[in-house]
Ligand binder design. Structure first.
Ligand code: UDP
Ligand code: MG
Length: 328
């Protein structure tokens, strides 16, 4: 089968109820664009019958294919696998739960044909999320744009179209702690946003808890900024300077007026204060060392247990060595 123009990659983790409604909405949109297309599902270790359903879809319509992981590797890695298996000149990434309206793809493709390499959906409201989650997201974007080495367009997520040359760059990035939004921005090229309204999740519930989101945000900051590592040096300098100044102040005061109290409480307080600072800075170093450890192990990003339909046709012949290492 000749390479299609458009590839849609969809990570799926326990999404059995969503696949039929998604397909029903997606196919007319893709057919309407008038370019050849394929869909690559990445089954991220689903424990329900998602894989069976995907297999049937692929049997009925060969434009649908799938890669199935040996276990759950997480959405970010699933996207990486999707990029490895997509053959199109433009790749569209979207969620399976219909929160990303398939109708938007038409607008994405139109912008791509105008010459943009990266067209991202920009969510206009986050009203489906709790206030805490929204506040946290906002704080994260502010922190990131201040300290990160790249800036992220606010409200842009994984729902996007990426031109082949962007995809090829992304595929060379083998890091494990994958913060896709940061990777997309790092790639650069000409990008533009298309606003869209996030729909309600169709079936099932979101797999993100507050804890996983926090983890994700920290991965993002740590992958693109060394500020958390460096800030302690400055703070350390400042605190030492302050303590010297205080010491001088106390010395002069004692010389002029003598002691009025033994100073035991202040000793305890300062010991506690500095142990706190030291523990915190050790913790930050630990975060980075942990990441270095994860990267130097050079494990493959994911393990494929099965390739279905068009995903099985992907040739590994022209792929540089580091991809071959990632492939199993
Ligand atoms: N997903 C995945 N692996 C995971 C968790 C989620 O592939 O470990 C997929 C999921 O099937 C969906 C997309 O990632 O297609 C977004 O997941 P979800 O709706 O849970 O996230 P949210 O919309 O809350 O950000
Ligand atoms: Mg969702």
């Amino acid at each position: 089968m000749a390479s299609p123009k458009l590839s849609v990659i969809i990570p799926v983790h326990n999404e059995s109820a969503n696949i039929a409604p998604l397909r029903a909405r997606l196919v007319p949109v893709l057919d309407g664009i008038g370019l050849s297309w394929e869909v690559v599902f990445v089954d991220d270790g689903s424990r329900d019958d998602t894989l069976e359903i995907v297999r049937n879809v692929s049997r009925e319509d060969p434009r649908f294919g799938a890669v199935s992981f040996s276990r759950n590797f997480g959405k970010e890695i699933a996207i990486a696998a999707g990029l490895d298996h997509a053959r199109g000149d433009a790749v569209i990434i979207m969620d399976a739960d219909l929160q990303h309206p398939p109708e938007m793809i038409e607008a994405f493709v139109a912008r791509w044909q105008e010459g943009y390499d990266m067209v991202y959906g920009q969510r206009t409201d986050r009203s489906d999320e709790t206030r805490a989650k929204r506040g946290f997201a906002h704080l994260f974007y502010r922190l990131f744009s201040r300290f990160g080495e790249i800036s992220l367009p606010e409200g842009a997520g994984d729902f996007r179209l990426i031109d082949r040359r962007g995809v090829d760059v992304l595929r060379t990035m083998g890091e494990k702690a994958r913060f896709s939004k940061g990777l997309y921005a790092w790639v650069g090229f000409k990008g533009t946003g298309v606003p869209f309204v996030v729909e309600e999740r169709r079936y099932g519930k979101s797999k993100w808890s507050f804890r996983t989101l926090f983890r994700f945000a920290f991965d993002g900051i740590a992958a693109f900024s060394t500020v958390p590592l460096r800030v302690w040096t400055y703070l350390g300098f400042l605190i030492s300077f302050l303590s010297i100044a205080t010491a001088i102040f106390f010395m002069i005061r004692t010389m002029l007026f003598g002691t009025d109290l033994p100073g035991f409480p202040s000793l305890i307080v300062s010991i506690m204060f500095f142990s706190g600072i030291q523990l915190m800075s050790l913790g930050i170093i630990g975060e980075y060392v942990g990441r270095i450890f994860a990267e130097v192990k050079r494990r493959p990003l994911y393990v494929v247990s099965e390739r279905i339909g068009n995903a099985a046709e992907v040739s590994t012949g022209l792929v540089p060595d580091n991809y071959l290492m990632r492939r199993v």
